[in-house]
Design a protein around this ligand. Structure first.
Ligand SMILES: *Cc1c(COP(=O)(O)O)cnc(C)c1O
Length: 458
């Protein structure tokens, strides 16, 4: 073959040296945390795939933009630049800056949600669900069934099941549904995208019932990339054209800029409706900061404006999503079961199939996470029974359908050589998989136990 090999559209200008502990040292470190991956010191981790949130590498242009930050309390040109970028890219005339995504949810939901309300969506993200349930409202999941089928290789497993959505509206009544949240890409479902076709059908149902449609937008550019690559009629459109079309269906959006904004901190709300903008401004001033900075400094807003443009370039997205696909393919080659196709930001290893001898009540995905740290210094995160927590009423453990180890890849941070180390680490465990035993919980907090739980080996 005479085609030129693929390589990333950048070179490295600054490096952050990493320390690599020995296997014996790591075994000791993870025992010191009592098998809790969150509590490891970050310097003791070689390749950190805990999250892709706020962990990306900024470009030279973003670092230069920081110097242009105007730190005025009111009327900062850095805010105007961010706002103009958002209006140009996504089409919304009004922008409310916040310090991160969950803050955007807090402000918007404070303006829109009342106790007893119902918010349909496609597997709401944890903080979204948290902010809904905290207001004594219900997050109604209408994701397609394929989303939780590990053997389904469909191209758009983040889609909404339109019949579930219609049934939900009929059951609860439009008067109780102040808005719907569509998450692009669908994080809880493995970073799986939503098709343009599905977006337009969802918007049609919402219009019929006059339900405002909000997009939870953390990975909107990754979603647009999948539309370009997988959906008929979009091959020749640019990412920005696709993004514009996606957002032509939305009434408002919340954004965690720590993902596709390629910044370490930041977020915003954007909307068409002026009255909603005014209401959000009031809550923003109470919770976040004045309407022209809302929890970000001027320099953060400059870096974000630049990051949003870089994050919607095809070449950048191709490098990013190809790297996720590369890691997925390397793991598959070993015969290790993962969710396929790989999504935009992470590879999810099926720990139930990896360790069939470990019952779900003994946390196979946590066992795999601990083992991967011990073998290769790689940190992933459990998305399984520990995360699913106990039923708030019965206090029984909720056993989720899937028991996963998530390996989330930071943007522009690691090379494919690092991905090879991750796959190699999994291979070491795979070859002696029968020898692993489960964990039992020693300490757990009453809610959100996964952050602080400690374990002992059985
Ligand atoms: C990360 C994320 C959020 C919350 O954003 P933070 O910046 O972490 O507060 C909300 N929704 C989705 C889909 C996310 O991925």
């Amino acid at each position: 073959m005479n085609t030129q090999p693929y390589a990333e559209p950048w070179r490295i200008k600054m490096v952050e040296p990493l320390e690599i502990l020995t296997r014996e040292e790591r075994i000791e470190k993870i025992r010191e945390t009592e098998f809790n991956l969150f509590n490891l010191n970050a310097e003791d981790v070689y390749i950190d795939l805990l999250t892709d949130s706020g962990t990306g590498a900024m470009s030279d242009r973003q670092w230069s933009a920081l110097m242009m930050g105007n730190e005025s309390y009111g009327g900062s040109p850095s805010f105007r630049r961010l706002k103009e970028t958002i209006t140009e890219l996504l089409g919304f005339p009004h922008v409310v800056p916040t310090h991160q995504g969950r803050a955007a949810e807090n402000v918007l939901f404070s303006a829109m949600l009342k106790p007893g309300n119902v918010v349909p969506g496609n597997a709401h993200f944890d903080t979204t669900k948290g902010h809904i349930e905290f207001r004594n409202a219900i997050a109604l999941d209408c994701t397609v069934d394929e989303a939780s089928d590990i053997n389904d290789h469909g191209p758009f497993k983040g889609n909404v099941d339109i019949s579930k959505l219609r049934a939900g509206i009929n059951k609860y009544g439009v008067e109780n549904i102040p808005f719907m949240v569509l998450t692009v890409t669908c994080n809880s479902g493995g970073g799986q995208p939503v098709s343009m076709q599905n977006i337009s059908e969802v918007a049609q149902v919402c219009r019929e019932h006059k339900i405002p449609l909000f997009f939870d937008s953390a990975r909107f550019a990754e979603n647009a990339y999948f539309i370009k690559m997988r959906e008929d009629g979009y091959q020749d459109k640019s990412i920005r054209e696709i993004v514009k079309e996606m957002y032509s269906y939305a009434d408002a959006m919340t954004m965690s800029a720590k993902k596709d904004g390629i910044v370490n901190m930041g977020g915003f709300i954007a909307m068409h409706d002026e009255e909603l903008y005014r209401q959000c401004c009031t809550f923003n001033i109470m919770f976040e900061g004045y309407i022209s900075y809302g929890g970000m400094s001027g320099r953060d807003m400059e870096a974000l404006a630049t990051g949003l443009m870089e994050g919607t370039e095809f070449e950048y997205l191709q490098a990013r999503i190809s790297q996720v696909a590369y890691l997925g393919a390397e793991i598959c080659k070993l015969g290790i079961p993962i969710i396929r196709p790989t999504g935009g930001h992470a590879v999810y290893v099926d720990a139930k199939a990896f360790f069939p001898q470990i019952p779900q009540t003994e946390y196979p995905a946590q066992v795999l996470g601990v083992a991967l740290y011990e073998e290769a210094g790689v940190r992933g995160v459990e998305i399984g029974t520990v995360l699913a927590d106990r039923d708030p009423v019965t206090r029984e453990e909720r056993l989720p359908k899937m028991e996963l180890l998530r390996l989330a890849i930071p943007r522009r941070v690691y090379t494919n050589n690092h991905m090879d180390v991750v796959a190699w680490g999994l291979k070491q465990i795979w070859e002696k998989r029968e020898s692993y035993r489960g964990l039992k919980i020693k300490y757990e907090a009453p809610i959100m136990r996964h952050f602080t739980a400690t374990f002992e080996q059985i």
